[in-house]
Design a protein around this ligand. Structure first.
Ligand code: GRF
Length: 193
């Protein structure tokens, strides 16, 4: 059996960062093993992509809240992760705020990627915030997750230029290219401890 760290990836969207991480693992650039891919949305593309790699997937039951799981829902998620002997929780476009049950179960073992140079532009659609602010540089940040949204300890960042004529879509696409390089590299660093 492999001793590689056991990751769960949690996502709500198209899963391009999940794919970058899995491809880095398959290419031998990241010593880790994705043992479960979880989504809060049953039709999220990330689940189909995970199945395409032959990885186990799970969908969380519907939550009464839009931005977080119910306390019971998050306890059930922790149970699910424990049953899969997950050691690290990797958020990749997961659109729910992480609360105490998960934070306490995986202290300093939950990592997220955010599409801005934190601490600038926390929250939703950070690339639009960057464009509206007129900054010359944008980027992405991999950070530990704590109870304050997008405010945990920074692990690493990549910068990209904001170009004249950028739309939200062109800037986000440039940031995502940087994300796909940054996330596996940052995980390689952090999983080694
Ligand atoms: C990324 O831009 C990430 O920074 C943010 O959500 C997006 C997820 O994209 N947290 P994908 O689902 O990995 O393609």
């Amino acid at each position: 059996m492999s001793n590689a760290p056991r990751l769960a990836v949690l996502g709500s969207g198209k899963g391009s960062n999940f794919v970058a991480i899995q491809e880095a693992i398959l290419a031998g650039k990241l010593d880790a093993r994705i043992v479960l891919v979880v989504s809060d949305l049953p039709d999220a593309i990330i689940l189909a992509k995970a199945a395409g790699f032959g990885l186990p997937t799970a969908t969380l039951p519907p939550s009464p809240f839009r931005t977080k799981l119910s306390p019971e829902g998050e306890v059930a998620l922790v149970d699910l992760l424990r049953r899969h002997e997950v050691e690290w929780v990797i958020l990749a476009g997961y659109m729910r705020v992480v609360k105490e049950p998960l934070l306490n179960a995986f202290p300093n073992r939950i990592v997220n990627i955010h599409p801005s140079l934190l601490p600038a532009f926390k929250g939703l659609r950070a690339w639009e915030q960057a464009l509206a602010a007129g900054v010359a540089e944008a980027g992405c940040t991999v950070h530990f997750v704590n109870r304050d949204v997008d405010a945990g300890e920074i692990i690493d960042q990549r910068r990209v230029p904001v170009l004249a004529g950028d739309s939200p879509e062109t800037l986000h696409a440039r940031i995502q290219v940087a994300e796909h390089e940054l996330y596996p590299a940052a995980l390689a660093k952090v999983l080694k401890g």
